[in-house]
Unconditional design. Structure first.
Length: 199
């Protein structure tokens, strides 16, 4: 009688990545524990709770994983070795490219998961809002730096310009989900950056 092999060891990194992709595709609320356990290697409910405590705790870990891998596209907003215009343009193009790649769910997890949350999941919305607020701050600092160093005039309406770029950045997610290709978004970014020159 053949001996049964030992069960495959639980790989936390692979499990969190699988969960991240599910949350990215369906949002926190629409992703069931059953889907998560199946994607994470058909682990038992007991194993799930032993490893992650709760679905929310897993979601937090998945968001951290997302930021550490895919969220890096926003880092140029903080890169003071670039002009502010170049930093913003690079960040927008990198974000558009990442969000339209077919190797993972389309769009941005931090934007789409918030859209899919009901009022009862306010704590989940707050987790996502806190992460988006970081990028908001980086963009704001980038524009303020441009005004301070003369790249933009002192009369620049900073809140307006910040809203313009941030609205475009967030809108990439919906465009990506609707199948708008990177090339189209790239051309739109070129036009958007003409606003900088006009100012």
């Amino acid at each position: 009688m053949p001996r049964s092999g030992r069960p495959r060891a639980f790989n936390r990194e692979e499990a969190v990545t699988a969960a991240m992709n599910l949350f990215w595709e369906h949002g926190f609320e629409s992703t069931s524990l059953s889907q998560l356990r199946t994607a994470m290697g058909n682990i038992s409910a007991a194993s799930f709770y032993a490893a992650f405590d709760s679905k929310e705790a897993l979601f937090r870990e998945a968001v951290d994983r997302y930021i550490s891998i895919y969220g890096q596209v926003s880092n140029s907003f903080r890169d003071t070795s670039l002009t502010s215009k170049a930093a913003i343009e690079q960040g927008l193009r990198q974000s558009a490219r990442m969000q339209t790649e077919n190797s993972h769910p389309l769009g941005c997890l931090l934007v789409l998961s918030a859209v899919n949350c009901s009022p009862e999941q306010l704590h989940i919305k707050e987790i996502l809002a806190k992460e988006r607020e970081k990028v908001h701050g980086w963009l704001k600092n980038c524009i303020e730096r441009a005004v301070a160093n003369g790249e933009l005039p002192g009369s620049t309406d900073i809140p307006m310009l910040l809203t313009l770029f941030e609205t475009f950045l967030r809108g990439i997610s919906i465009q990506a989900r609707d199948g708008v290709p990177y090339e189209t978004m790239d051309a739109a970014i070129t036009q958007l950056m003409n606003v900088w020159e006009a100012i």
